[in-house]
Design a protein around this ligand. Sequence first.
Ligand SMILES: *Cc1c(COP(=O)(O)O)cnc(C)c1O
Length: 368
Amino acid sequence: MHTETIAIHAGNLTHSTTGDVTLPISLSTTFFRDEDGGYPGGHMYSRVSNPNRSALEKVMTDLEKGADACAFSSGNAAGMTVFQALPPGSHIIAPDDMYWGFKKQLQSIFEGILSIDFIDLSEISEIEKHIKSNTVMIWVETPSNPLLKVTSLSAIAGLTKKHRLIFACDSTFASPCFQNPILQGADIVMHSSTKYIGGHSDVLGGILVTAAKNELWDKIRNIQQIGGAVPSPFDCFLLLRSIKTLAYRMRGHAENGMALAKHLSVHPKVEAVFYPGLPSHPQYEIAKQQMSGFSGMMSILVKGDAKKVVNKVKLFAQATSLGGVESLIEHRASVEGPDTKTPQNLIRISVGLEHINDLIADLEQALV
Ligand SMILES: *Cc1c(COP(=O)(O)O)cnc(C)c1O
């Protein structure tokens, strides 16, 4: 079946005696046992599993063409679970522009437990030089933040197969509609479902999807259930509701994103536009091959004071995060703090679902 159909039906696991057409919110923390001590409803205690989370995990498994999924209370909790599942003393390779929350985790929480090389993964020939005897994983983020760098999934899959490494991919910027890393050789796909999957800036969440139910996955499931960083049934309900319109929202984000990127790429006040859907993007050919759409994320370098521009917009909300129906704009360097490598004249834009002409008009009056 196609993405639009999977999104609407795969998570709708209704078996209610009241005849619900959509899955109700199940708030019960605990579930009846039968005479033999079994659990006839399939659930025992809500941290371990519950109907809403199981439904969310089912639809995400199907959308990402995986074997199973684990849902978490945030994207950060999902990513951290992968790092926690690795043997102490392991070495991992991660992108130099890795999502800063993960970089912070690895440098603080996992200091002395894991060793990490942060390198430019778009230079495939450089990666092999960093593989050591204790390297266990390559973590990829594509497209990346904030420069929208694209890493070749098939090239990384070739390397991780050859060296028997875990291949994990943060696919948040692409959404399951535009990129399925498992089909290109990834072992684990990660999403911050706070972003496009939730899509309305009103729920935090994270997802891991696995290509196979193996030893690593058993550890991850165990950390989810015993560690307890799980989403509430209401969080899962909101995400399930959002996923039903994901394919249509992504089309809108991609259409607006492309139109805005084209407009800004010839704007006299704009020095550069980083959008994987533009032929001027350095990895455009790779992006075209592994993505079926380019979403609504872009960064621009402005001529002049970027902070003035973000203060002058009226329709775009000046706020961090991305992937919601409302357009967001952000001066990224001041969010990342004094040790950032992000250029001071960079603005990150999450293009929402407003009419494109209103978005262009707002930026026109701000870019003066
Ligand atoms: C937001 C984000 C995360 C972290 O997710 P949270 O839901 O904020 O914890 C991880 N990776 C990427 C690419 C993100 O944009």
